[in-house]
Design a protein around this ligand. Sequence first.
Ligand SMILES: [Zn+2]
Length: 297
Amino acid sequence: MASTIHYQACPICASESIGKLYVAKDHTVSGELFEVWRCAKCSGGFTQNVPDSATIGPYYAAESYVSHTDSEKGFINNLYHKVRRYSLLTKKKLVTNLVQKRTGTLLDIGAGTGAFVHTMQTGGWQVTGLEPDATAAKQALQKYNIQLQPAHNIYTLEAAQFEAITMWHVLEHVHDLHGYFKRFSELLQPSGVLVIAVPNYTSTDANIYGHHWAALDTPRHLYHFSPASMELLADAHGFTLIVKKAMWFDAFYVSMLTEQHKGGSLVKALLVGLWSNITALMNVHKCSSVIYAFKKK
Ligand SMILES: [Zn+2]
């Protein structure tokens, strides 16, 4: 029997002021319905009655889960991969600027099929990559000759060795949220930089689509971060914000996925994506996905 986690308190800030916000369908794998709850204190969200770490595996078993495959079939996947090539270089530039060195030591958590690890290694960085999915790790080995380590190695890596830790759309998948933050602090050098990119369920496109918004991605997304809840979480673990950056392509990508699930129109997706980004130009808190960079206090 599947084991699920029923939260009595917010998994981000521990407040008991929590309540149901949406019922959201798993469009990618199971077709099951999951409740998305919101915390009144930190404004973060989470998926209620979510499978625990031992039973969530089957919910990742889909060829269409693009983060875990390198299929370039289909318009959206194809676009996703083109954009990814561009964003890899943008991410590299951001990390390099934050660390203020041309090369350094990096831990990439949730490395997938190794594209970002490869990009940084090619730039001369010394990179350790962690990935829980054995199939993705095998592809990294075949494609880039990169040996990724299993995710649980985060608990045994040597302390204070990294100048940067990156998690690109990964933290929302991590069951041991607070345990990971404790390790970020231990694994980083004193002046190290923590870079976390996550979807923003309080973005303009998320507000327009509500429970249909594809980046709710239940039950794989355990948490639905607002900018305030992300900063509060990091602060509670001894981190202070350096900068927040908008991820411009996500509004289009997530809107297209959402319209695809709804049987809606590509034109509407492009308009919603465009409108979301216009509002995000004024206020990064309206952006579909946000990159947060933190340093230790
Ligand atoms: Zn909370």
